[in-house]
Write a protein that binds this ligand. Sequence first.
Ligand code: FAD
Length: 630
Amino acid sequence: MPEVERHSYDVLVLGAGGAGLRAAIEARQHGMRVAIVCKSLFGKAHTVMAEGGCAAAMGNVNGNDTWQVHFCDTLRGGKFLNDWRMVELHVKEAPERVWELESWGALFDRTPDGRISQRNFGGHTYPRLAHVGDRTGLELIRTMQQRIVALQQQDHRAHGDHEANLKVFAECTVTDLLCAGDGRIAGAFGYWRDSGRFVLFEAPAVVLATGGIGKTFKVTSNSWEYTGDGHALALRAGARLINMEFVQFHPTGMVWPPSVKGILVTEGVRGDGGVLRNAAGRRFMFDYVPEVFKNQYADSEAEADAWFFAPDTHRRTPDLLPRDEVARAITAEVRAGRGSAHGGVFLDVSTRLSAQEIQSRLPSMYHQFKELADVDITTTPMEVGPTCHYVMGGVQVDPDTGAAIGVPGLFAAGEVAGGMHGSNRLGGNSLTDLLVFGRRAGQGAARYAELLGRRPAVDPGAVGAAAEAALAPFEQAGQDAYAVHTDLQQTMNDLVGIVRTQAEMRQAIDTLDRLRQRAAAVGVEGNRQYNPAWHLALDLRNMLPVAECVARAALQRQESRGGHTREDYPQMSAAWRRLLMVCTQETDGGIRLTEQVQEPMREDLMNLFEYTELEKYFTREELAGHHGGG
Ligand code: FAD
């Protein structure tokens, strides 16, 4: 077997985005020895790209905001499929997590009276997103890195070693989780991206914080790390993935020029007054307000514009409907021939804000369009269209501790975890999710490691098998990894995109099966030292089963809800709301799909909604005995 470098820790955190850093800080503060492993550079996680902000009902801009309103908005956004306990924890703990960041040095934008400013976002009743211009994720990561440095300085003072209790392994990719014979987590196996040398981490508790799956799709706002690694690692270790059919297509990605297609245009543009128009200049969103949202959204331009200046006395603009609604509306306009020359629609902020306001409130958007598309957004509308942005599905966890169901010692937080956002995530709810559940998973992992008697030992056979699997692409001359990846992305875009049918899902599953066989025969040339084709070959091992989970769950769910739209089942069905699609992986690599009935929501939380609203989502049987129910 090739040489393997070994390290031993109490808690291993995979991922250095918001969720990973928050989990690592928490576990370290509980006295654990913690390692953070990330395949990108430290500081370059996906979280850095987050623009709009972090949702927390602090009530700084509108005093009517409370955790209860945030709870209801999040459930409505997720079309009541969310894990209600996760939502409860999220909305109750969000303000504390934002204030904590501030106490660690985060510099949020301020209100005129000096409090943390909050902005409007789709689906949020009140201005709720704490932000730093349109670079909020960067500040979040900067602050937590600073916190990590502070903890390392404490360790230096106490032990003469900065890395005594918290060490970062950057540009190191984990390819397999290692379990003991009884199924408990014992560690993880990976390789250094530059040298290709193997590395083994022994740890009884592993927190997955590896983010999303966007690189399985062709048009995406996601960066290169998003190959569904954590989802696939969890599957292979015996965990369960839920809600994988729900993929969020953000309504506004750049559509032109082709080299930047998919790059995100933050919802903050609409939050700050930007409006959507079709090629004829018509504000088409008024035509797409669904029945369930009719009471909350304006039905005329006059009312929508009045809301911008007097939000307490008017209904909000439908430009700020939840993302699934806006993405579908844009797709429908383009399909009806009312789109822009490059297959999008227009997003105009130039007629709503002064050039100076645009440059100070949306500096990244201004530069992004100027430099990448030669468009000055202070004078010209942006051309935008849907882009694959976020996966609501992920590892099924215990809400309170982040423990992955079915694999003792495995924890998950952030985008890799499922449940919190139901069928559709509201903008701004991810950054909060990272803080709330990153902290909880760090705490859960620390307590688990602390209370463990004898630690599970890493099986040398499993290490050998992991090394063999990683080296397999060098042993065969065959398929080209890039060609397989391109075909995978095209398949997902064409067949498993915004609007789906049974025939397309079946075709996708067949195609994915053939791609899986091609991926197993991928061969790479050269050696292990920084070899991108080899890295991609290993990423394909993760992307393919994850893509299959999306297609299988999408085939099974015969209704339209949130991020899952079926042309052949266009209605939302209360009977399907109760059911979660659960994916597991068989020993031969095949994906198995089962259904699980959701736990009923607690009565006090149900009581936050009017009975007439609940009737739109729940079955009669579920509402029997509930207030107003018969
Ligand atoms: P990430 O931040 O992606 O971190 C994942 C980490 O895992 C990385 O360090 C990566 O290197 C590592 N990793 C992955 N695989 C491996 C492996 N095999 N081995 C080792 N390490 C691995 N949400 C909001 O709430 N508000 C916003 O304003 C907002 N804006 C956004 C703007 C853009 C352009 C995008 C793309 C997303 C935005 N989101 C926003 C969503 C949000 O940014 C993400 O959902 C969130 O940052 C995910 O954080 P995470 O900690 O789960 O993962």
